[in-house]
Design a protein around this ligand. Structure first.
Ligand SMILES: NC(=O)c1ccc[n+]([C@@H]2O[C@H](COP(=O)([O-])OP(=O)(O)OC[C@H]3O[C@@H](n4cnc5c(N)ncnc54)[C@H](OP(=O)(O)O)[C@@H]3O)[C@@H](O)[C@H]2O)c1
Length: 237
């Protein structure tokens, strides 16, 4: 159904969690996948060995390193910007530098990587960023800065969809709800609170997010652009 054979794909932040599931799904679909990681060298090497994908160490917070990495991939068919960080807490207590580092990774990097990829992307390419349902709904205290970064992605995909639409390039955000990963373990201390906001009261599996990414990247996704694809078990309903 979703033929990714021969597609050149770069996943930013692919070593763990949702990104790793996307690397596995796209590799299984026949794509040529490269992925970046920041610090998880062992996890990245294991995933590369398992899937045949290429692991590249590149910190998304370093704009020059990031754009050089994207440019070095040459002509891409698909860019997936998954790398993201989560800083939660009382805004009166949070360190300003920690908030700014999150803004670097969650906002600046997706924009600059997307633009750099589009410079040499094939017609009918795909840009997919991993946002969050928190871009629409932040139902507990302490998440203002994180929610702000994910809301910023919404404006970016709407605008870039119009900038690149004449080349058939689609630009979309996938907005997961709680999804089992190191960032948000299904058995973590916040799980019950998060499930209380949901219609389907469980964390998503990273593979469920990866299937949506594969759909958007495949031939059936060609008219979906400038959109927010929420996959959250009803968290935002
Ligand atoms: N899990 C959830 O409930 C949930 C819900 C909504 C949205 N999201 C979003 O989904 C995305 C993935 O989340 P996750 O839960 O899979 O997180 P995760 O388990 O913490 O994994 C994060 C991945 O991003 C990479 N990464 C982080 N900072 C990076 C940087 N500066 N440069 C390059 N790579 C970097 C990590 O690489 P290293 O291994 O090298 O650190 C890792 O591969 C994020 O954008 C997150 O905001 C998650």
């Amino acid at each position: 159904m979703n033929d990714l054979t021969g597609k050149n794909v770069l996943v930013l932040g692919g070593s763990r969690g949702i990104g790793a599931a996307i690397v596995r799904r796209f590799s299984a679909g026949g794509a040529n996948v490269s992925f970046t990681f920041a610090g998880s060298r062992d996890a990245a090497a294991a995933l590369a060995g398992e899937t045949g994908a290429t692991a590249i160490q590149a910190n998304s917070a370093d704009r020059d390193a990031l754009t050089a990495t994207v440019a070095a991939q040459g002509t891409l068919d698909v860019l997936v910007v998954n790398a993201g960080t989560l800083v939660l807490g009382d805004p009166l207590e949070l360190a300003a530098d920690d908030v700014d580092r999150m803004i670097d990774v969650n906002v600046r990097a997706p924009y600059h990587a997307s633009v750099e990829a589009a410079r040499r992307m094939n017609d009918n390419g795909r840009i997919i960023v991993i946002g969050s349902v928190n871009g629409d709904r932040m139902p507990f205290a302490g998440g203002a800065a994180y929610a702000m970064t994910k809301s910023a992605m919404q404006g970016m995909v709407r605008g870039l969809a119009r900038d690149f639409g004449d080349r058939g390039i689609t630009v979309n955000s996938i907005q997961p709800g709680p999804t089992d990963s190191d960032m948000n373990p299904a058995d973590g201390p916040m799980a019950a609170t998060m499930h209380s906001f949901m219609a389907i009261k469980r964390h998503a599996r990273p593979t469920e997010i990866a299937e949506l990414a594969a759909y958007l990247a495949g031939p059936h996704g060609s008219m979906i652009t400038g959109s927010l694809q929420t996959i959250d078990g009803g968290f935002g309903a």
